[in-house]
Design a protein around this ligand. Structure first.
Ligand SMILES: [Zn+2]
Length: 130
């Protein structure tokens, strides 16, 4: 075997393709051509994880009720981005930027909510005092 591989100096990549048809950028498991997400020998584990994922989605639905309505779509986008980064379909830098923007949005909403509550308290105090 002297198939000199020109790309042998590069990081090994998973041999599978993502849902979008792009080559998977996941790192293959040791001694395997596929990453954790694509190794056929791990299909049973993945099915179990997917069922757990279903439970997690139910948890996300409950969480969605706790979130401000404005943030629910952002949460869903971030959750999807998490899977896309793992599949190699989304640049981790893009996901990092999304997360930074989301943090800023949360900070703004929290500041606004806090200010609203302070105004309500001030209005109540003014009403009690006069
Ligand atoms: Zn893969």
């Amino acid at each position: 075997m002297d198939d000199h591989n020109a790309t042998s100096h590069e990081q090994p990549r998973c041999a599978a393709a993502t849902k979008s048809g792009q080559p998977c950028r996941g790192r293959p498991l040791p001694g395997r051509p596929f990453c954790l997400s694509h190794d056929p020998s791990l299909a049973a584990e993945r099915d179990a994880a997917r069922q757990k994922g279903g439970r997690n989605r139910a948890a996300a639905a409950r969480l969605g009720k706790l979130l401000p309505a404005r943030l629910a779509p952002t949460f869903e986008k971030l959750e999807a981005a998490l899977g896309e980064v793992h599949d190699g379909a989304l640049d981790p830098k893009v996901a990092g930027a999304m997360a930074a923007i989301a943090r800023a949005m949360v900070a703004v909403l929290q500041a606004g909510e806090l200010e609203q509550r302070v105004r309500e308290l001030e209005a109540r105090a003014a009403g009690a005092g006069g």
